[in-house]
Each structure stands twice: as C-alpha cells, then as structure tokens.
Write a new protein. Structure first.
Length: 107
C-alpha cells in the first residue's frame, strides 16, 4: 500500500462519505420527507450519468431502461393526488393508549 493510495482513500472517505452525510442532514432538515426520499431514489441515475460523463462508461439498453423505470417511478410518486404522493405536509399523529385506559373502557 503506497502513500498515494492512503491519501486517495482518505480524501474519498472524507469528501465522499462525511460530506455526503452532512448534505443529507441539511436537506432532511429543510425539505419534507417525501421530497427527500424521491430525490434519493434518483441516486443510481445520477451515478450512471456521472460515470458516463466523467469516466466514459458505455450505457447499454438495459441501463437506459433501468434509468427510465426509476425516473418514471419518481414522476408517478410526485404527481399530486396519486397514491404515490403522500400528504407529507401533514404531521403524523401517534395514538397511544395505556393499559389503564383500556381497563377503564372495558369495566
């Protein structure tokens, strides 16, 4: 293992992991969960496009079909009023009942 390998891996770990997690925390704090999750679904598409542009990777028909399916799923989920588009602006309500409440209702 050379010094160059160690430096490259350290750089990739810091910027590829720590920076990415920090960015997700910032996004999660400022956007609704539905919007964030739909954006995360696009990660494979961004990776395929980036590797094609930066590394000259070839894209075959199966990758194009896969990207189209991912983007279609995101589009369907983002349509207002569809079953995929949840009411993310409404807070979730947790209903809890203690055992004391249950015994009072039964007796």
């Amino acid at each position: 293992m050379t010094l160059q390998t160690v430096l490259r891996d350290t750089f990739g770990g810091v910027f590829g992991t720590v920076l990415a997690y920090w960015a997700m925390v910032v996004v999660n704090r400022s956007l609704p969960a539905t919007t964030t999750s739909l954006g995360m679904l696009a990660t494979p598409v961004v990776g395929m496009v980036s590797s094609t542009l930066a590394l000259g990777e070839t894209v075959d028909a199966s990758l194009l079909i896969t990207m189209a399916m991912i983007l279609s799923g995101i589009a369907i989920a983002a349509i207002p009023g569809s079953k995929g588009a949840t009411a993310s602006n409404k807070p979730a309500v947790a209903v809890t009942t203690s055992s004391h409440d249950l015994s009072a209702q039964q007796g």
